[in-house]
Design a protein around this ligand. Structure first.
Ligand SMILES: *Cc1c(COP(=O)(O)O)cnc(C)c1O
Length: 395
């Protein structure tokens, strides 16, 4: 192969994505994240962000971030283990641990990195992982990095999980049962009480990825462990600061010795600089705000119930959701994409999700409800969905 051909496969791969309708057209927001966003100079009702509580552009968080810069500067200057640990990181970790009702927590750059940091410390070559078939890509990558044997059970199938655990009963190695708490494409919940029980019976480490549960489920948005009242029964709780918390970052909350171990051996902690001072300060403000009041969490759920029952009354199928994530099931990927285009033309930004993110024939519009949507916003969305649903003979 001639030297100038070595990357020619890239164009072919991109063409193939376009041919198969798998190419992501990335929309660009021309201002801050909120109930409405500006795209191509036009305001659109935003029904697709993970900004559940509206904190991404919250005035208190913005102020905290600016104060964080004034006190600590814009960057950490080094990885945490060398010279990049600041009191603002420590304060955030203490408050997060308190919020999650755990002994300790450790913050890394993102939720994705949190999974990469912790999973390979729990299991390694010769060990076993039990993983839900719909687990998030970052769990899957963390599992692969660990080199443990990965046993995937069908989504939410607790009998299948128990079968697998039974088969391995006599194997003397570390075992990890890991699951998303809220599954992000359907909004359904893991059966965490059953997973806790099975982990106890069969001697497994239990771990939940609470990315879509943080700020959403449980009292004050403490997450899925609080929602099911499982405090003390799930070994490892991982979370993100980029969804309901409105900023960026990821964390693990657990017993103090595991957190200490991550600080000693977690590769994203050791080899990548941490979140910046303004990010840590904004996150700290978010955790304080949630600890003090659950008004925003209540508002989020009110909005979700209002929108979901409105959609069901109109005759739409909102799938299996148990959370503010609202899949509007369309079925055919082409129709779903067309629905999304028509919404966009009428100033509603809600994305269509198709194969391979969801199974073939289960394409949907994924609506993300937020506490910052007003009743008028939600009514506008319901009316527009109804119009397009009738035009396309879907309701
Ligand atoms: C979004 C998400 C992550 C990644 O979080 P980031 O902070 O954006 O890296 C991890 N796990 C799940 C289940 C998620 O939904």
């Amino acid at each position: 192969m001639a030297k100038d051909d070595v990357l020619s496969f890239v164009d072919e791969a991109l063409d193939e994505l376009r041919d198969k309708n798998l190419y992501n057209e990335i929309r660009v927001l021309e201002g801050q994240q909120g109930a409405w966003v500006t795209i191509d100079g036009v305001e659109k009702l935003n029904l697709c962000s993970n900004n559940y509580l509206g904190l991404a552009a919250d005035e208190q968080l913005k102020k905290a971030a600016k104060e964080g810069i004034d006190e600590f500067g814009v960057g950490p200057g080094a990885v945490r283990t060398i010279a990049g640990s600041m009191t603002i990181h420590d304060r955030l970790e203490e408050r997060l641990a308190e919020f999650k009702r755990r002994e300790a927590s450790v913050v890394v750059q993102s939720g994705f990195n949190a999974n990469l940091a912790v999973i390979p410390l729990l299991v390694g070559r010769g060990d076993i992982i039990y993983s839900d078939s719909l687990n998030h890509a970052s769990i899957i990558d963390g599992c692969r990095l660990s080199r443990a044997e990965i046993k995937v059970y069908p989504h939410l199938d607790m009998d299948a999980l128990e079968e697998l655990m039974k088969e391995d009963q006599d194997r003397d190695c570390n075992k990890l049962a890991v699951t998303d708490g809220v599954f992000s494409m359907d909004g359904d919940l893991a059966n965490l009480p059953r997973i806790a029980e099975l982990a106890e019976t069969y001697g497994c480490i239990s771990m939940v990825d609470d990315a879509h549960g943080e700020g959403v489920l449980g009292s004050h948005g403490r997450g899925i462990v609080d929602h099911y009242d499982l405090h003390g029964r799930i070994d490892v709780e991982m979370g993100t600061l980029s969804k309901a918390m409105g900023c960026v970052g990821g964390f693990i909350a657990a017993d103090a010795n595991l957190i200490e171990f991550i600080q000693q051996r977690g590769r994203p902690f050791l080899f990548s600089s941490s979140i910046t001072p303004p990010e840590a300060a904004a996150n700290l403000a978010a955790v304080k705000m949630l600890s003090e009041s659950d008004d925003l969490v209540e508002k989020l759920w009110d909005n979700a119930r209002y929108f979901q029952s409105g959609m069901q009354d109109l005759g739409f199928d909102t799938g299996k959701t148990q959370t503010p994530i609202t899949p509007v099931m369309i079925g055919d990927a082409g129709e779903s994409a067309e629905f999304s285009r028509r919404l966009f033309d009428r100033d509603i930004f809600a994305q269509s999700i198709g194969f391979p993110t969801v199974p073939r024939g289960e394409a949907r519009i994924r609506v993300m409800i937020s506490a910052v949507h007003s009743r008028d916003d939600l009514d506008f969305a319901l009316e527009t969905f109804a119009e397009i649903g009738r035009e396309m003979d879907l309701i």
